[in-house]
Design a protein around this ligand. Structure first.
Ligand code: PGA
Length: 257
């Protein structure tokens, strides 16, 4: 595990975009796993700038998003389809047919989930998976529970997630209660994983995930088993993990602030 501790959100976004850009240069037809939420917004803005300047090229890149709210049409302002169009896809030269986001209103949920996993597999898996983390340690919408679910599946959102996401809706009642999310198998099969977190609100989740026991009750803790995990966190999000001496000895830690 490599942990980069940077000063703030801006530096986290810069570093993350640089890592993604390097992978895109290394492999033109990169299979890129993408996340939504406030965390990656700045990273997407940087990537859009780089693309505008001709420094990176999305023309052969294929993307797979982690999740979508169940019941939201693609056009809905809070859908992750809309988020991705707004923050990245409309700003770079990616081919729409190369972008994949789970359907929010699928005709057949089971088949849709199955097809999503098959499509990822058919391309040889994800090369680089970008992840944010929930306050409760979720990745994608893999919420805390009794088991790690391997396949793309329907997930019931926990109260913590409904509370956290209510800020984006008129009220908490409007937050969809379920989602379709990529499961742990496609995430863990990614050749490289880039986990981002910013702000003191994420300090506990980061510490529990990277330093605590591996348990489905802290879904991101499974990432400790990945052999190419890069973590980019800002000073505030790093507060607790930096105190975990054993983890810090095991990881390669780079501080730049
Ligand atoms: P956030 O969400 O980036 O909006 O904090 C992260 C997540 O819930 O995975």
């Amino acid at each position: 595990m490599e942990i980069y501790v940077v000063k703030d959100y801006k530096e986290m976004s810069k570093k993350a975009a640089k890592i993604i850009a390097e992978e895109m240069k290394r492999k033109k037809d990169l299979v890129l796993g993408l996340a939504t939420g406030s965390t990656p917004e700045g990273t997407y803005a940087k990537l859009a700038k780089m693309c505008e300047k001709g420094k990176i090229d999305f023309s052969n890149v294929v993307t797979f998003n982690l999740d979508e709210y169940l019941g939201l049409e693609d056009e809905h302002e809070q859908s992750y389809h809309h988020f991705m169009d707004k923050h990245l896809f409309s700003k770079v030269n990616i081919k729409p047919k190369n972008t994949n986001v789970p359907a929010g209103c699928p005709k057949n949920i089971e088949k849709t989930c199955e097809k999503y996993d098959k499509k990822i597999e058919s391309l040889g898996g994800i090369d680089l998976q970008l992840l944010g983390i929930g306050n409760n340690g979720h990745i994608g919408f893999n919420e805390p529970g009794d088991v790690f679910i391997p396949e793309t599946h329907v997930a019931k959102l926990t109260e913590a997630t409904l509370d956290a996401n209510a800020r984006l809706f008129k009220s908490k009642d409007e937050v969809p209660k379920e989602s379709i999310t990529m499961g742990m198998k496609s995430i863990m099969n990614a050749k490289k994983i880039l986990l981002l977190a910013s702000g003191s609100g994420k300090a506990n989740a980061i510490c529990m995930s990277l330093s605590g026991p591996i348990t489905p009750w802290v879904p991101a803790s499974i990432l400790q088993l990945h052999n190419d995990l890069i973590v980019v966190i800002d000073e505030e999000a790093a507060q607790q993990i930096l105190e975990q001496k054993k983890t810090m000895q095991r990881a390669r830690v780079y501080k730049s602030y």
